[in-house]
Write a protein that binds this ligand. Sequence first.
Ligand code: TRP
Length: 445
Amino acid sequence: MEGDGGSSRGAWGSQLGFLLAAIGGAVGLGNMWRFSATASSSGGAAFVVVYIALTFLVGVPLLLAELAIGRRAAMSPIGALRRVAGRSWVPAGYMFVAGGFVIFSFYSVIAGWAVRYGVEALLSGLPVEPGQHFGNIATGPAAALYHVGFVALTALVVMGGVRAGIERAALILMPTLFLMLVGLAVWAATLAGAAEGYSFYLAPRFDELLNLKILGDAAAQTYFSLSLGMGAMLTFASYLGKNHDLGRESGIIAVADFSVAFAAGLVTFPIVFALGFSDQVIGLTADEAEGVLFIALPGAFALMGDLGRGIGVLFFAALSVAALTSTISLLEVLVSSVIDEMHVERKKATMAVGLGVALLGIAPAYSLRVLASMNEIAGGLLLGLGAFLITIAVGWFMHDPVAELADGAGPLTRKLLPGWYFLIRFVMPVITGFVFYSMIVSSLR
Ligand code: TRP
């Protein structure tokens, strides 16, 4: 095999192509909307501490495990699990695909909010009462319409292979998004009353660190944000050649993904407290907290006058593109699975999947409670089970995953691989198993 991929399935255009697509798929609404919402409803700083620990101790090893399966098998999740771990793993593959289908359905509703806020900022200005405004637009026919539009846009990209264009747009817009976050974080620090926000976000109460609900929520956030536990990273790695140091690239993906989430919190929480929205977004139930980002940011932009309006347009445009690179990754998993398993051609597969997602998403577009439940089940529980299964598949069924990851690896990765394998076999099943257990326990409560 030469270069990247090297089979007829298609391959990444360049070394950097995979990294950009993987980061683009990882960085999205999960880092901004979901991170802020979960931190609000689940313990603030205690959640953040557990989330940071899990991202690097559990997220990175798991990411490596998915990349190992994907690159070895060069297939989408169902076939990859069959090839690497055996026939009995096929149902797990189907579970991955079903979970991705549900995630896509509610995710694009939220992406629709982002687009709508951008359009409004451009055409009619920012809402005066951001809390009330969010309540008005989050659900209903317009929300459904924006959702369907976003699915259609994603399908067009995946179908037409406009990937080159998207990759280039993402290359410019993702750093822009990050720089804007940093700029906004600096601005937020100057607000009177920001301190309370920092203390909520950054000063954990240590008795909360042992809370099962926080553990489950933080793990779900880690999996969701890094796109782990349903075969998205696996699918991306299926287009890879052997010339990648996957250990190094996993580290880069995790750092990039974490940085965006952390910066988003540094913007959101000082603003929420400084502008007096804390009672509207903190300590609420999961479905009530879904709006935190969409309430705090327009509220802040409105304070900045015309400049804020401009920033708002740019910000929501960048957020929409970040969401698009993520929905592309979700759709790609579903479409490549349909192609591989049912031998349907790409265009038809994309249209069928897109139609299904558009229909299923109508439900969360009409009810925040449904949205929160889909997020909890598909974006949490199923990923938790998926993460556990991937550890078992790689640790106990896959033949010599270390050899797979050693291909193309530099000296540091090679040195760490035996430790990684030990972790995957003996430690990670316990951790991911316990995390899954705590997800179940706290969702039953
Ligand atoms: N990680 C993306 C985000 O944070 C969302 C996403 C894309 C995802 N693909 C996924 C989540 C696969 C779970 C599984 O916005």
